[in-house]
Design a protein around this ligand. Sequence first.
Ligand code: TLP
Length: 351
Amino acid sequence: MASKVIDLRSDTVTLPTEAMRRAMYEAELGDDNVGEDPTANKLQEMAAERMGKEAALLVTSGTQGNLVGILSHTQHGDEVIVGDEAHCYLYEQAGGAFIGGLQMRPVPNHRGHLDPKEVEAVIRDPDNIHFPRTSLLCLENTHNRGSGAVLSVQETKDLADVAHRRGLAVHLDGARIFNAAVALGVPPKQLTADVDSVTFCLSKGLSCPVGSLICGSVEYIARARRMRKLLGSGMRQAGIIAACGVVALNEMVDRLAEDHANAKVLANGLANIPAIVTDPGIVDTNIVFFDVPDVPPAEFLKGCLEHGLRFQNTAGRRYRMVTHYGIERADIDAALSIVSRVLAPVQAPRA
Ligand code: TLP
């Protein structure tokens, strides 16, 4: 087994920076459950400002952010339109159904993008007594299973316009919204201008140990605060967590461009390995998916791990590598040479 492991399983494996550890130690604290933690309040103000919304709320995770975000827009028995490969549809324990009595209505995902016509087609007629009320559209930017695909300002607006015209609210799972903003070279508030609420994560590419923020109107965030309490996450000295978030928003956003450049090199390198099938052209940010059709996953993963490389097998013979803080260009070169070595005996799959 190699001594150093290059861990490309996710950007969630990032560790807090020295500045974050110092900020935690020095953070001014209070009881956030009654809104008195100065550091949590500061982070919430910064988050609201970055997203161009009136208010924000710190929650424990992206999953909780989406759940609180969705519950705060809906009533028991409502229907929520969501892409059929959305994280909040596939990977969040069906929280909307479990806790909120919501029915998720999936529409086709096209490599991370939704078609406004397909969204409009499934909005229910509110006057038909047989139907649930469609009350919410959920979007995701960047799109995890869409290889980190970026939704543009215009695309977000087109989808939100359809929803708003038909009386739906729009929630954006912006777990990696800063990746989208950096990739497009626009401030994140342009990407959130047309949605009613957005959740973003501190604990992915921004390298914090814990935390996500929900942003929206003052009235919406007041509802979200009650939902967070209901879910048992009214926190006390939350400034310990928030302190890292303040550092992240000040220091960790612009460097995401390095992760994107590394992902491009990685994707192009993988595409040059004969046993691999992938499309480097769709890599906009820090997530790379690829297939190795002719090798059993257990064998491939074990071979790579023995040489010091970890990544995820997401389904069948499909894999995901994610670049992040702590992964340098030299690690990408090393990762590519490990994969080449492990797959050297395998011929190119037949087209
Ligand atoms: N994604 C994680 C997990 O699936 C393990 C990952 O490694 O990519 N929205 C999106 C788009 C996400 O990618 C994730 C996490 C979440 C929400 C949920 O965030 P957490 O893990 O903080 O609950």
